[in-house]
Design a protein around this ligand. Structure first.
Ligand SMILES: Nc1ncnc2c1ncn2[C@@H]1O[C@H](COP(=O)(O)OP(=O)(O)OP(=O)(O)O)[C@@H](O)[C@H]1O
Length: 297
């Protein structure tokens, strides 16, 4: 089949997000994601990684607003839509694997309806079809006795099981894009590896594009083909994962790599990102901000 109408899964163009006082949280962030591609968003705490995912999904905290920029999901300009159309477009096209599986699940509802109801709502499927899809996905995330798990409450399951369920729930409606927001951070190390492998497996099988938020360069190396390195809401580097590890261009990227412990090579020294570099970057950003004329809309 020839593809005549190539659409990127996601284009973020010069996105700026600010607080009510005008202070920017994201600064001219641009990135794109091809169908079936995994792009890691990496940076230290507070860099704005989660904000990008939240902006795409339309779930920004109420006090933050998009002041400039475009978000284009599968060729659809989200900013041009009414809030209702936007919500339904995002629900049909994208899904979230959240960081904390416990708070993401409703503690007083059984697992089954938490997967099934969104499928009925999003796709208008019958209850039977949605249940069959939920069971299929639970099986694909290697959950044994899926019927019993669907009848359980979240607190009856382990953290790893809950994260598998959220992965199943995210893939169940066949989204074209998944935002995975540090999905392994709340889990212990062995479970982290299994969850990462599972996301990669399902992502490859389904050809879903994934925006993968992480602070861990080790995870970047395992999961992604492209990387956006962020510092204080600004893109420092955008490259293929191979380029980032073999020939990093930005000093901050080099510092992040140097700050990552290598489990394969325990002898290799690692050092924190130097304070002098952080201070230089903050200065550059302050200069950018002083020159910035946007954000008036
Ligand atoms: N509701 C909010 N109001 C004001 N500032 C916020 C709000 N939520 C987040 N921020 C700020 O926005 C910036 C980006 O936050 P974000 O959560 O995207 O960072 P992150 O890179 O995902 O870091 P982390 O790994 O810690 O989650 C941070 O400086 C954070 O303090």
């Amino acid at each position: 089949m020839t593809v005549t109408n190539h659409k990127t899964a996601l284009d973020v163009i010069k996105l700026n997000i600010a607080l009510p006082n005008g202070v920017r949280i994201l600064r001219d962030v641009s990135l794109s994601l091809e169908p079936g591609e995994v792009r890691a968003l990496v940076g230290e705490s507070g860099a704005g990684k989660s904000m990008i995912g939240k902006a795409v999904l339309g779930i920004l905290p109420g006090n933050l607003r998009v002041t400039e920029g475009e978000i284009i999901l599968e060729g659809q300009h989200l900013n041009a839509m009414t809030p209702w159309t936007r919500r339904s477009t995002v629900a049909q096209t994208a899904a979230l694997i959240p960081q904390d599986p416990l708070t993401a699940l409703n503690p007083v509802r059984k697992i089954g309806p938490q997967i099934i109801d969104p499928l009925i709502r999003i796709h208008g499927w019958s209850a039977d079809k949605a249940k069959a899809r939920a069971l299929d996905l639970l099986d694909r995330v290697h959950i044994r006795a899926p019927e019993r798990v669907m009848n359980s409450y979240p607190h009856e399951l382990s953290g790893g099981m809950r994260q598998r369920i959220l992965i199943a729930a995210a893939f169940a409606p066949s989204p074209r894009l998944i935002v995975a927001d540090e999905p392994t951070t709340a889990l212990d190390v062995t479970v982290q590896k299994q969850i990462l492998r599972l996301i990669r497996e399902l992502q490859r099988e389904t050809g879903t594009a994934v925006l993968f938020v992480t602070h861990d360069m080790g995870v970047v190396a395992k999961i992604s083909q492209k990387v956006t390195v962020l510092f204080a809401g600004k893109v420092m580097e955008d490259a293929t994962t191979r380029e980032v590890f073999t020939n990093p261009q930005h000093p901050y990227t080099r510092a992040l790599i140097a700050a990552t412990p290598s489990y394969a090579d325990l002898e290799r020294p690692f050092s924190p990102v130097p304070a002098s570099l952080i201070s230089d970057l903050h200065q550059q950003i302050a200069q950018d901000d002083a020159l910035y004329q946007g954000g008036s809309r």
